[in-house]
Design a protein around this ligand. Structure first.
Ligand code: HEC
Ligand code: HEC
Length: 263
């Protein structure tokens, strides 16, 4: 009797998990898919590129002066919309002609450029930096924790130069899945001193004898390790994955990539 009851309970649990896991799994797959271009698009774009663009831009994308398409170095282009516009309207008084491409070809060549010319690469969608800035400061709540250009709190990493030091894929991962994007240098710490003070904060620097942290009140603290009774480094990210839509995430990434000041 008891065994049978257990089995029913198990089955019940399985059915329950099956129900909520399947849509969740599909939703996640779709999430990532929406945020980046598919590998088929990249593949298709590689052919368009070879046929239509390589003549001037070269096989590595670096033959036109001051432009390197494979590493995202452009003259005026920032977002994917800008790319689309340059390709369909041409540039430099006709030195680059206007192209009439089918939607898949256009999508593909943008994907190929965003994948860094790597057919196995990840091609993150890059949206509008102006909308991205508004989201960063508003609905996305990023500015509640992050500092940019000398404005904002110091408890989370300063993002003033983040566009120069991180790839679009790394920025995207941080927004969609902060737990897997956590870098050793950014982990939060919890210290207890022998004077019975507990300090929770972000580690800035550390050497053999001391550790410097920004505490939760944004004070810079330098502590001697000899004064510490415990020193824990967190494995947990400080935030949840975003609830923004994939278009909004693309815009925020577009904005982050423009942050190249050395604050
Ligand atoms: C006939 C030569 C030629 C061809 C073919 C060509 N381009 Fe260009 N492209 C140029 C030149 C020249 C510039 C530099 C414009 C300037 O100096 O502002 C340029 C600039 C660009 C830029 C940078 C624009 C900016 O303002 O940031 C992008 C992106 C680009 N091309 C993509 C492409 C793609 C994708 C293709 C193929 C669909 C292509 N080009 C085909 C000549 C060409
Ligand atoms: C609750 C506070 C908080 C919010 C809100 C927040 N972040 Fe963060 N973020 C952090 C902290 C703290 C870290 C350091 C890693 C950690 O502890 O999770 C971090 C790390 C990052 C990094 C990685 C920095 C590096 O060195 O690579 C990026 C990029 C980033 N956040 C962007 C964003 C964006 C964009 C948003 C808004 C969509 C956002 N964050 C919202 C607290 C926050």
């Amino acid at each position: 009797m008891e065994i049978q009851f257990l089995r029913i309970a198990r089955l019940g649990t399985l059915a329950f998990w099956g129900l909520i896991l399947m849509p969740l799994h599909q939703a996640l797959a779709q999430e990532v898919g929406d945020h980046q271009y598919t590998s088929q698009a990249i593949e298709a774009g590689s052919q368009v590129y070879t046929q239509q663009c390589a003549l001037c831009h070269g096989p590595q994308g670096d033959l036109v002066d001051g432009i390197n398409l494979s590493i995202g170095q452009f003259r005026t282009v920032q977002s994917d919309t800008d790319l689309r516009q340059v390709i369909s309207e041409g540039a430099a008084q006709g030195r680059m002609p206007a192209f009439t491409l089918r939607a898949e070809e256009m999508n593909g060549v943008i994907a190929f450029i965003r994948a860094g010319f790597d057919p196995e690469g990840v091609a993150v969608r890059i949206g509008d930096p102006i909308r991205g800035k508004m989201l960063f400061e508003g609905a996305g709540q990023c500015a509640d924790c992050h500092r940019v250009g000398g404005v904002g709190p110091r408890t989370a990493p300063d993002l003033s130069n983040i566009g120069a030091i991180r790839t679009p894929a790394s920025l995207q991962r941080n927004i969609l899945d902060p737990a897997t994007a956590l870098l050793p240098i950014n982990r939060s710490v919890r210290l207890v001193t022998r004077f019975e003070e507990t300090i929770v904060g972000r580690r800035l620097n550390e050497d053999t004898y001391t550790v410097q942290v920004i505490d939760s009140q944004e004070r810079l603290r330098s502590l001697k390790k000899i004064d510490l009774v415990s020193y824990e480094i967190s494995d947990e990210p400080s935030k949840q994955p975003t609830t923004m839509s994939s278009d909004e995430v693309a815009d925020v990434i577009g904005y982050l990539l423009t942050l190249r000041g050395l604050e």
